[in-house]
Design a protein around this ligand. Structure first.
Ligand code: SAH
Length: 342
């Protein structure tokens, strides 16, 4: 698929087709604008016929708009896989939450994305098209893109699809494309330690977000199978390395589950574990998932916990819930369209 290619690679692709070089620029612009093939007016039919098989094809299988203007789409890819993406409107601009895999194999007990396991990885272009779709919808142009921020917080574990995600990060932040600064991109991971080091060593500077959800390994194992593979201590060491390399403050996600990880004891331990680090804790009252019997802490208690952490010297906020009425809220991404993945 051509959307997997950098501008330089598109130039080579066009050259290999025996077409003049200026077509590469036209093609890359059309791709960046999120155009469908039949919407491109400056390319001749003969050229379109040559690239048709490689041009991104997808359908919007469902499109939901929430009361708070959050939008969620289910995108049906060429092979029939369905993925979900969310558009969030903030004061400073628009953020797109992208999926990185069809399904997920991490098995976190509270997460809807993993209920049916992993179907497949998304390619770099398939991750990118989720942003291009929304940018086009919002009337973005080459000079003025409407999407300013990206979070890799949809379905899938980004660091379990490292190569495609790395390529995607290059594409989306490239000057030839949407040119979204890595400072405005957050990558969320359940903590695949070797790939945190790799991300730092490969020179990425995105905001790293760790789905911690527990202050100790024992408690973490209760909801996150990955805790059997990597200890919190190892994750934090990798975070320190990432911080040293990038200077980027690390964010920790902590989904509050009633009576499980929201006790005074758990929160005090969390503060001790994170003490001395340049970090921020995002508290998310768990969105209950009916297939799992875990109940979210109420928001009021969430604010008390944030206050407690602040007092203990840890920067913390309760994440605003958006798009709840369209199940676009954190961890709720799921597919109701045809296929049981996503
Ligand atoms: N696999 C990556 C990306 C998912 S991001 C990761 O684990 O970070 C989605 C975030 O929502 C993660 O922090 C995830 O743990 C959290 N989440 C999943 N289900 C949730 C739920 N039911 N309520 C609140 N947060 C949830």
């Amino acid at each position: 698929m051509i959307l997997d290619l950098t501008f330089q690679e598109v130039c080579q692709y066009v050259k290999d087709l025996g077409e003049p070089a200026f077509r590469a620029k036209q093609l890359y612009e059309a791709l960046t604008l999120g155009k469908q093939l039949d919407e491109i007016s400056n390319l001749p039919k003969s050229f379109k016929e040559k690239i048709e098989k490689d041009y991104p094809k997808y359908e919007i299988a469902a499109h939901l708009v929430s009361k708070d203007e959050t939008q969620k789409v289910a995108i049906k890819l060429e092979d029939g896989s369905v993925i979900e993406s969310v558009l969030l409107k903030y004061k400073y601009g628009y953020t797109v939450c992208v999926s990185t895999q069809v399904g997920c194999r991490m098995g976190c007990k509270f997460c809807a994305s993993t209920l049916n396991g992993l179907k497949r990885n998304l390619s770099a272009g398939e991750i990118l098209l989720q942003i291009l779709f929304f940018n086009k919808l919002l009337g973005g142009t080459l000079k003025e893109r409407k999407v300013t921020n990206v979070v890799l917080m949809g379905c899938g574990e980004p660091l379990d699809n490292y190569d495609n995600v790395a390529k995607f990060l290059k594409l989306v932040s490239s000057e030839d494309g949407l040119n979204i600064s890595q400072r405005n991109i957050s990558l969320s991971t359940c903590g695949l330690v070797p790939n945190i080091y790799k991300l730092a060593d490969d020179g990425f500077t995105v905001t790293l977000t760790i789905s911690l959800h527990a202050p100790n390994d024992e408690l973490r194992k209760k909801t996150m199978p990955i805790a059997n593979v990597y200890k919190i201590e190892e994750i934090l060491k990798a975070c320190d390395y990432y911080f040293d390399k990038t200077g980027r403050r690390i964010a920790f996600e902590y989904a509050l589950v009633d009576s499980l990880n929201d006790t005074d004891e758990a929160i005090e331990q969390l503060a001790r574990v994170l003490k001395g680090r340049s970090c921020h804790v995002n508290l998310i009252p768990l969105n209950s998932v009916k297939e799992r019997k875990l109940i979210g802490t109420n928001r009021k208690k969430g604010y008390q916990i944030a206050g407690k952490l602040e007092k203990l010297g840890i920067s913390a906020t309760v994440r605003r819930t958006m798009g709840e009425d369209i199940e676009g809220a954190c961890g709720q991404l799921r597919n109701r369209v045809g296929e049981q993945n996503g």
